[in-house]
Design a protein around this ligand. Structure first.
Ligand code: SF4
Length: 427
Protein backbone atom coordinates (compact mmCIF):
# COMPACT_ATOMS: atom_id res chain seq x y z
CA UNK A 1 0.00 0.00 0.00
CA UNK A 2 2.84 2.39 0.80
CA UNK A 3 6.59 2.55 0.59
CA UNK A 4 6.98 1.31 4.15
CA UNK A 5 4.28 -1.32 4.15
CA UNK A 6 6.60 -4.29 4.32
CA UNK A 7 4.09 -6.96 5.15
CA UNK A 8 0.46 -7.82 5.09
CA UNK A 9 -1.27 -10.69 6.33
CA UNK A 10 -1.98 -13.53 8.50
CA UNK A 11 -1.02 -12.64 12.04
CA UNK A 12 -0.40 -16.26 12.82
CA UNK A 13 2.35 -16.61 10.26
CA UNK A 14 3.75 -13.11 9.93
CA UNK A 15 6.97 -12.32 11.75
CA UNK A 16 6.28 -9.17 13.71
CA UNK A 17 8.88 -6.59 14.75
CA UNK A 18 10.94 -7.46 17.77
CA UNK A 19 9.65 -6.03 21.06
CA UNK A 20 12.09 -4.55 23.57
CA UNK A 21 11.08 -4.23 27.17
CA UNK A 22 12.31 -1.27 29.21
CA UNK A 23 11.85 -0.55 32.89
CA UNK A 24 12.82 2.81 34.31
CA UNK A 25 11.42 6.23 35.05
CA UNK A 26 8.00 6.80 33.49
CA UNK A 27 6.48 10.02 32.22
CA UNK A 28 2.82 9.07 31.93
CA UNK A 29 -0.38 10.43 33.43
CA UNK A 30 -2.11 8.28 36.03
CA UNK A 31 -5.40 6.45 35.48
CA UNK A 32 -7.47 9.30 36.93
CA UNK A 33 -7.23 10.91 33.51
CA UNK A 34 -9.76 8.44 32.06
CA UNK A 35 -12.49 10.17 34.07
CA UNK A 36 -12.26 13.08 31.64
CA UNK A 37 -13.81 11.05 28.82
CA UNK A 38 -15.70 8.46 30.90
CA UNK A 39 -17.84 11.01 32.74
CA UNK A 40 -19.17 12.23 29.42
CA UNK A 41 -19.85 8.68 28.24
CA UNK A 42 -21.93 7.27 31.11
CA UNK A 43 -24.29 10.17 31.45
CA UNK A 44 -25.77 9.43 34.86
CA UNK A 45 -22.52 8.35 36.53
CA UNK A 46 -20.39 10.38 38.92
CA UNK A 47 -16.70 9.86 39.65
CA UNK A 48 -15.57 10.75 43.15
CA UNK A 49 -11.79 10.66 43.39
CA UNK A 50 -10.65 9.95 46.93
CA UNK A 51 -7.36 11.74 46.75
CA UNK A 52 -5.21 14.75 47.45
CA UNK A 53 -5.02 18.31 46.20
CA UNK A 54 -2.58 17.06 43.55
CA UNK A 55 -5.28 14.73 42.21
CA UNK A 56 -7.79 17.59 42.21
CA UNK A 57 -5.34 19.80 40.31
CA UNK A 58 -4.67 17.07 37.76
CA UNK A 59 -8.40 16.69 37.16
CA UNK A 60 -8.89 20.44 36.89
CA UNK A 61 -6.07 21.01 34.48
CA UNK A 62 -6.69 17.89 32.36
CA UNK A 63 -10.42 18.66 32.19
CA UNK A 64 -9.65 22.37 31.79
CA UNK A 65 -12.02 23.78 29.26
CA UNK A 66 -14.46 20.93 29.68
CA UNK A 67 -15.64 21.87 33.16
CA UNK A 68 -19.21 23.07 33.06
CA UNK A 69 -21.80 24.09 35.67
CA UNK A 70 -22.48 20.64 37.14
CA UNK A 71 -19.46 18.45 36.44
CA UNK A 72 -19.85 14.74 37.02
CA UNK A 73 -16.57 14.29 38.84
CA UNK A 74 -15.03 15.71 41.98
CA UNK A 75 -12.28 15.01 44.47
CA UNK A 76 -12.86 14.18 48.12
CA UNK A 77 -9.64 15.73 49.36
CA UNK A 78 -7.83 13.88 52.09
CA UNK A 79 -6.32 16.40 54.48
CA UNK A 80 -3.26 15.93 56.67
CA UNK A 81 -5.32 14.68 59.62
CA UNK A 82 -6.79 11.96 57.35
CA UNK A 83 -3.36 10.93 56.18
CA UNK A 84 -2.03 10.96 59.74
CA UNK A 85 -4.82 8.57 60.74
CA UNK A 86 -6.44 11.11 63.08
CA UNK A 87 -9.83 11.07 61.41
CA UNK A 88 -12.16 8.21 60.58
CA UNK A 89 -11.95 8.32 56.81
CA UNK A 90 -14.88 5.98 56.32
CA UNK A 91 -17.17 8.26 58.30
CA UNK A 92 -15.92 11.30 56.39
CA UNK A 93 -16.34 9.56 53.06
CA UNK A 94 -19.88 8.46 53.95
CA UNK A 95 -20.73 12.02 54.88
CA UNK A 96 -19.39 13.40 51.59
CA UNK A 97 -21.28 10.76 49.60
CA UNK A 98 -24.53 11.46 51.47
CA UNK A 99 -24.19 15.17 50.76
CA UNK A 100 -23.39 14.57 47.12
CA UNK A 101 -26.29 12.19 46.50
CA UNK A 102 -28.71 14.46 48.29
CA UNK A 103 -27.69 17.38 46.11
CA UNK A 104 -27.52 15.38 42.88
CA UNK A 105 -30.50 13.03 42.51
CA UNK A 106 -29.53 12.59 38.83
CA UNK A 107 -26.61 10.32 39.87
CA UNK A 108 -27.44 6.64 39.35
CA UNK A 109 -23.93 5.19 39.45
CA UNK A 110 -21.19 6.45 41.73
CA UNK A 111 -17.57 5.41 41.30
CA UNK A 112 -15.23 5.83 44.25
CA UNK A 113 -11.89 6.22 42.48
CA UNK A 114 -8.76 5.33 44.41
CA UNK A 115 -5.61 7.43 44.17
CA UNK A 116 -2.02 7.24 45.41
CA UNK A 117 -2.85 8.75 48.83
CA UNK A 118 -5.87 6.50 49.41
CA UNK A 119 -3.76 3.50 48.50
CA UNK A 120 -0.84 4.51 50.66
CA UNK A 121 -3.01 4.75 53.75
CA UNK A 122 -4.80 1.57 52.65
CA UNK A 123 -8.29 3.03 52.65
CA UNK A 124 -10.47 0.09 51.61
CA UNK A 125 -12.69 1.59 48.90
CA UNK A 126 -14.20 -1.73 47.89
CA UNK A 127 -15.69 -2.13 51.38
CA UNK A 128 -16.77 1.49 51.34
CA UNK A 129 -18.48 0.93 47.97
CA UNK A 130 -20.25 -2.17 49.28
CA UNK A 131 -21.42 -0.35 52.38
CA UNK A 132 -22.66 2.65 50.44
CA UNK A 133 -24.31 0.49 47.76
CA UNK A 134 -26.28 -1.37 50.42
CA UNK A 135 -27.45 1.96 51.75
CA UNK A 136 -28.36 3.56 48.41
CA UNK A 137 -29.55 0.77 46.14
CA UNK A 138 -31.84 0.59 44.17
CA UNK A 139 -31.49 4.34 43.49
CA UNK A 140 -27.69 4.48 43.27
CA UNK A 141 -25.13 1.75 42.70
CA UNK A 142 -21.69 2.47 44.20
CA UNK A 143 -18.60 0.83 42.68
CA UNK A 144 -14.89 1.43 43.06
CA UNK A 145 -11.70 1.15 41.06
CA UNK A 146 -8.18 2.46 41.27
CA UNK A 147 -6.84 5.31 39.15
CA UNK A 148 -3.71 5.66 41.26
CA UNK A 149 -0.43 6.48 39.59
CA UNK A 150 1.21 3.67 41.58
CA UNK A 151 -0.98 1.09 39.88
CA UNK A 152 -2.18 2.57 36.62
CA UNK A 153 -1.11 4.65 33.67
CA UNK A 154 -3.38 7.00 31.75
CA UNK A 155 -5.76 4.72 29.79
CA UNK A 156 -5.65 1.91 32.36
CA UNK A 157 -8.13 4.02 34.33
CA UNK A 158 -10.77 3.19 31.70
CA UNK A 159 -9.78 -0.47 31.85
CA UNK A 160 -10.23 -0.55 35.63
CA UNK A 161 -13.53 1.31 35.42
CA UNK A 162 -15.02 -1.03 32.81
CA UNK A 163 -13.69 -4.10 34.64
CA UNK A 164 -15.53 -2.85 37.76
CA UNK A 165 -18.78 -2.81 35.74
CA UNK A 166 -18.46 -6.40 34.47
CA UNK A 167 -19.65 -8.22 37.65
CA UNK A 168 -22.74 -5.98 37.58
CA UNK A 169 -23.74 -7.01 34.05
CA UNK A 170 -26.81 -9.25 33.87
CA UNK A 171 -26.46 -12.83 32.61
CA UNK A 172 -27.18 -13.29 28.90
CA UNK A 173 -29.25 -16.15 27.52
CA UNK A 174 -26.96 -18.89 26.26
CA UNK A 175 -28.97 -19.59 23.10
CA UNK A 176 -28.64 -16.12 21.51
CA UNK A 177 -25.23 -15.09 20.17
CA UNK A 178 -24.48 -11.45 20.95
CA UNK A 179 -21.71 -9.06 20.01
CA UNK A 180 -20.30 -6.84 22.75
CA UNK A 181 -18.22 -3.85 21.67
CA UNK A 182 -16.01 -2.98 24.65
CA UNK A 183 -14.28 0.37 25.04
CA UNK A 184 -15.50 3.95 25.30
CA UNK A 185 -16.01 5.53 21.89
CA UNK A 186 -17.25 9.03 21.13
CA UNK A 187 -21.04 8.86 20.70
CA UNK A 188 -20.83 9.91 17.06
CA UNK A 189 -18.38 7.08 16.29
CA UNK A 190 -20.36 4.52 18.28
CA UNK A 191 -23.53 5.45 16.38
CA UNK A 192 -21.77 5.11 13.00
CA UNK A 193 -20.35 1.69 13.86
CA UNK A 194 -23.68 0.45 15.25
CA UNK A 195 -25.40 1.56 12.02
CA UNK A 196 -22.84 -0.44 10.06
CA UNK A 197 -23.53 -3.58 12.13
CA UNK A 198 -27.22 -3.05 11.50
CA UNK A 199 -26.65 -2.70 7.75
CA UNK A 200 -24.66 -5.94 7.88
CA UNK A 201 -27.60 -7.65 9.56
CA UNK A 202 -25.40 -8.38 12.57
CA UNK A 203 -26.94 -8.37 16.02
CA UNK A 204 -27.83 -8.06 18.75
CA UNK A 205 -24.93 -5.68 19.45
CA UNK A 206 -24.27 -4.18 22.90
CA UNK A 207 -21.74 -1.63 24.07
CA UNK A 208 -19.66 -1.30 27.21
CA UNK A 209 -19.76 1.26 28.75
CA UNK A 210 -23.43 2.01 28.12
CA UNK A 211 -24.64 5.61 28.03
CA UNK A 212 -26.91 5.02 31.03
CA UNK A 213 -25.99 3.15 34.20
CA UNK A 214 -29.25 1.19 34.07
CA UNK A 215 -28.51 -0.11 30.57
CA UNK A 216 -25.62 -2.46 31.40
CA UNK A 217 -25.51 -5.08 28.63
CA UNK A 218 -25.90 -8.80 29.32
CA UNK A 219 -22.91 -11.15 29.08
CA UNK A 220 -22.58 -14.91 28.88
CA UNK A 221 -21.10 -17.89 27.07
CA UNK A 222 -22.52 -16.80 23.73
CA UNK A 223 -21.08 -13.28 23.92
CA UNK A 224 -18.29 -12.37 21.47
CA UNK A 225 -16.21 -9.43 22.62
CA UNK A 226 -14.85 -7.00 20.06
CA UNK A 227 -12.44 -4.58 21.69
CA UNK A 228 -12.73 -1.01 20.44
CA UNK A 229 -9.66 0.07 22.44
CA UNK A 230 -6.30 -1.65 22.83
CA UNK A 231 -5.93 -1.00 26.56
CA UNK A 232 -8.62 -3.25 28.00
CA UNK A 233 -6.69 -6.29 29.24
CA UNK A 234 -8.39 -6.45 32.63
CA UNK A 235 -11.87 -5.78 31.23
CA UNK A 236 -11.40 -8.57 28.68
CA UNK A 237 -10.26 -10.94 31.44
CA UNK A 238 -13.31 -10.06 33.54
CA UNK A 239 -15.62 -10.65 30.55
CA UNK A 240 -13.92 -13.97 29.83
CA UNK A 241 -14.52 -14.99 33.44
CA UNK A 242 -18.22 -14.43 32.68
CA UNK A 243 -17.95 -16.83 29.72
CA UNK A 244 -17.51 -14.30 26.87
CA UNK A 245 -14.94 -14.87 24.12
CA UNK A 246 -12.56 -12.31 22.68
CA UNK A 247 -12.59 -11.83 18.90
CA UNK A 248 -9.07 -11.27 17.55
CA UNK A 249 -9.07 -8.20 15.26
CA UNK A 250 -7.09 -5.09 14.41
CA UNK A 251 -8.44 -1.90 16.02
CA UNK A 252 -10.85 0.34 14.10
CA UNK A 253 -8.27 3.01 13.31
CA UNK A 254 -7.98 4.03 9.65
CA UNK A 255 -9.57 2.28 6.69
CA UNK A 256 -7.65 -0.97 6.99
CA UNK A 257 -8.15 -1.32 10.75
CA UNK A 258 -11.86 -0.47 10.61
CA UNK A 259 -12.46 -2.92 7.80
CA UNK A 260 -10.53 -5.70 9.56
CA UNK A 261 -12.40 -4.99 12.80
CA UNK A 262 -15.80 -5.20 11.08
CA UNK A 263 -14.77 -8.31 9.18
CA UNK A 264 -13.74 -10.08 12.39
CA UNK A 265 -17.18 -9.42 13.90
CA UNK A 266 -18.95 -10.38 10.68
CA UNK A 267 -17.03 -13.67 10.38
CA UNK A 268 -18.00 -14.62 13.95
CA UNK A 269 -21.67 -14.17 12.95
CA UNK A 270 -21.37 -16.05 9.64
CA UNK A 271 -21.38 -12.92 7.45
CA UNK A 272 -18.97 -12.97 4.49
CA UNK A 273 -16.17 -10.44 4.00
CA UNK A 274 -17.75 -9.59 0.59
CA UNK A 275 -20.85 -8.35 2.38
CA UNK A 276 -18.68 -6.13 4.61
CA UNK A 277 -16.94 -4.80 1.48
CA UNK A 278 -20.28 -3.99 -0.17
CA UNK A 279 -21.84 -2.34 2.91
CA UNK A 280 -18.75 -0.23 3.65
CA UNK A 281 -17.89 0.73 0.06
CA UNK A 282 -19.02 4.35 0.22
CA UNK A 283 -17.46 4.94 3.67
CA UNK A 284 -14.15 3.50 2.50
CA UNK A 285 -14.26 5.63 -0.66
CA UNK A 286 -14.85 8.80 1.39
CA UNK A 287 -11.99 7.88 3.71
CA UNK A 288 -9.65 7.17 0.78
CA UNK A 289 -10.42 10.60 -0.71
CA UNK A 290 -9.82 12.29 2.64
CA UNK A 291 -6.52 10.45 3.17
CA UNK A 292 -5.22 11.14 -0.36
CA UNK A 293 -5.28 14.79 0.58
CA UNK A 294 -2.71 14.13 3.35
CA UNK A 295 -0.50 11.48 1.79
CA UNK A 296 1.76 13.90 -0.09
CA UNK A 297 2.20 15.94 3.05
CA UNK A 298 2.98 13.02 5.38
CA UNK A 299 4.61 10.28 3.26
CA UNK A 300 8.26 9.70 4.15
CA UNK A 301 8.01 11.70 7.40
CA UNK A 302 9.57 9.90 10.37
CA UNK A 303 7.53 9.58 13.55
CA UNK A 304 8.60 8.57 17.08
CA UNK A 305 6.06 7.49 19.72
CA UNK A 306 6.77 7.78 23.43
CA UNK A 307 4.72 5.34 25.52
CA UNK A 308 1.54 6.96 26.72
CA UNK A 309 -1.99 6.03 25.68
CA UNK A 310 -1.52 2.39 24.50
CA UNK A 311 -3.03 3.54 21.19
CA UNK A 312 0.48 3.75 19.79
CA UNK A 313 0.53 0.51 17.78
CA UNK A 314 -2.74 0.99 15.87
CA UNK A 315 -1.79 4.62 15.18
CA UNK A 316 1.69 3.71 13.95
CA UNK A 317 0.22 1.00 11.72
CA UNK A 318 -2.27 3.52 10.26
CA UNK A 319 0.40 6.18 9.67
CA UNK A 320 2.74 3.68 8.02
CA UNK A 321 0.34 1.76 5.84
CA UNK A 322 -2.18 4.42 4.87
CA UNK A 323 -0.08 7.57 4.84
CA UNK A 324 3.44 6.31 4.12
CA UNK A 325 4.97 7.67 7.34
CA UNK A 326 7.92 5.86 8.89
CA UNK A 327 7.49 4.86 12.54
CA UNK A 328 11.09 4.76 13.76
CA UNK A 329 10.28 3.82 17.35
CA UNK A 330 6.92 2.98 18.85
CA UNK A 331 6.82 2.94 22.63
CA UNK A 332 3.79 1.73 24.53
CA UNK A 333 3.32 1.39 28.31
CA UNK A 334 1.96 -2.18 28.04
CA UNK A 335 1.64 -4.47 25.11
CA UNK A 336 -0.94 -7.25 25.20
CA UNK A 337 0.49 -9.71 22.67
CA UNK A 338 -2.88 -11.43 22.18
CA UNK A 339 -5.07 -8.36 21.74
CA UNK A 340 -2.49 -6.66 19.51
CA UNK A 341 -1.49 -9.69 17.42
CA UNK A 342 -3.17 -8.35 14.27
CA UNK A 343 -1.56 -4.93 14.76
CA UNK A 344 1.90 -6.43 15.30
CA UNK A 345 1.59 -8.37 12.07
CA UNK A 346 0.81 -5.22 10.12
CA UNK A 347 3.59 -2.99 11.43
CA UNK A 348 6.73 -2.49 9.34
CA UNK A 349 9.34 -5.00 10.41
CA UNK A 350 11.98 -2.27 10.82
CA UNK A 351 9.96 -0.44 13.46
CA UNK A 352 11.54 -0.57 16.92
CA UNK A 353 8.85 -1.55 19.43
CA UNK A 354 9.42 -0.76 23.08
CA UNK A 355 7.16 -1.86 25.89
CA UNK A 356 7.51 0.10 29.14
CA UNK A 357 9.61 3.17 29.66
CA UNK A 358 13.03 4.40 30.64
CA UNK A 359 12.46 8.01 29.74
CA UNK A 360 16.09 9.18 29.68
CA UNK A 361 17.16 6.42 27.32
CA UNK A 362 14.15 7.05 25.12
CA UNK A 363 14.93 10.75 24.98
CA UNK A 364 18.49 9.96 23.94
CA UNK A 365 17.28 7.64 21.17
CA UNK A 366 14.71 10.20 20.08
CA UNK A 367 17.30 12.97 19.79
CA UNK A 368 19.65 10.64 17.89
CA UNK A 369 16.87 9.59 15.48
CA UNK A 370 15.87 13.24 14.87
CA UNK A 371 12.32 12.32 13.76
CA UNK A 372 10.05 14.79 11.97
CA UNK A 373 7.30 14.28 14.55
CA UNK A 374 7.23 13.03 18.14
CA UNK A 375 3.97 11.81 19.71
CA UNK A 376 4.22 12.09 23.50
CA UNK A 377 2.57 13.15 26.74
CA UNK A 378 2.25 16.76 27.85
CA UNK A 379 5.19 16.50 30.25
CA UNK A 380 7.63 15.74 27.45
CA UNK A 381 6.09 17.87 24.72
CA UNK A 382 7.06 21.28 26.08
CA UNK A 383 10.77 20.55 26.69
CA UNK A 384 11.03 18.82 23.30
CA UNK A 385 9.34 21.75 21.54
CA UNK A 386 11.87 24.04 23.25
CA UNK A 387 14.60 21.93 21.64
CA UNK A 388 13.01 22.51 18.24
CA UNK A 389 11.30 19.10 18.03
CA UNK A 390 7.79 18.98 16.52
CA UNK A 391 5.38 17.22 18.87
CA UNK A 392 1.85 15.92 19.01
CA UNK A 393 0.14 15.51 22.40
CA UNK A 394 -1.03 11.95 22.72
CA UNK A 395 -3.80 12.90 25.18
CA UNK A 396 -5.57 14.72 22.33
CA UNK A 397 -5.91 11.40 20.54
CA UNK A 398 -8.12 10.15 23.36
CA UNK A 399 -10.38 13.17 23.31
CA UNK A 400 -10.88 13.17 19.55
CA UNK A 401 -13.27 10.85 17.72
CA UNK A 402 -10.81 8.87 15.60
CA UNK A 403 -12.21 5.38 14.97
CA UNK A 404 -14.06 4.40 11.82
CA UNK A 405 -13.98 5.34 8.15
CA UNK A 406 -15.53 8.78 8.57
CA UNK A 407 -12.84 9.90 11.03
CA UNK A 408 -9.78 8.75 9.03
CA UNK A 409 -9.23 12.16 7.41
CA UNK A 410 -9.54 14.01 10.75
CA UNK A 411 -7.05 11.61 12.26
CA UNK A 412 -4.52 12.31 9.50
CA UNK A 413 -5.10 16.03 10.07
CA UNK A 414 -4.09 15.63 13.73
CA UNK A 415 -0.63 14.50 12.61
CA UNK A 416 -0.31 16.94 9.72
CA UNK A 417 -1.15 20.03 11.78
CA UNK A 418 1.95 20.16 14.02
CA UNK A 419 4.19 19.64 10.99
CA UNK A 420 2.48 22.53 9.20
CA UNK A 421 2.77 24.72 12.29
CA UNK A 422 6.50 23.98 12.53
CA UNK A 423 6.98 24.74 8.81
CA UNK A 424 5.28 28.11 9.28
CA UNK A 425 7.52 28.93 12.26
CA UNK A 426 10.58 28.25 10.14
CA UNK A 427 9.57 30.68 7.41
S1 SF4 B 1 -3.50 9.54 41.73
FE1 SF4 B 1 -1.34 9.76 42.25
S2 SF4 B 1 -0.32 10.26 40.30
FE2 SF4 B 1 -2.53 10.64 40.02
S3 SF4 B 1 -2.78 12.82 40.50
FE3 SF4 B 1 -3.21 11.67 42.40
S4 SF4 B 1 -1.24 11.65 43.48
FE4 SF4 B 1 -0.79 12.20 41.34
Amino acid sequence: MTAVATRTGDPATCDAPEIRVERGQREVFCGLTGIIWLHRKIQDAFFLVVGSRTCAHLMQSAAGVMIFAEPRFATAIMEERDLAGMADQNEELDRIVERLLERRPDIKLLFLVGSCPSEIIKLDLSRAAERLSTRHLPDVRVLNYSGSGIETTFTQGEDRCLAALVPEMPAARDDVPRLLVAGALADVVEDQLLRTFEALGLGPVDVLPPRRAGALPPVGRNTRVLLAQPFLAETARALERRGARHLPAPFPVGVEGTRGWLEAAAAAFGIAAERVAAVTESGRARAATALAHYRDELAGKRVFFFPDSQLELPLARFLARELGMIPVEVGTPYLHRGHLADELALLPRETVLVEGQDVDRQLERCRAAAPDLVVCGLGLANPLEAEGVTTKWSIELLFTPLQGFEQAGDLAELFARPLRRRARLKV
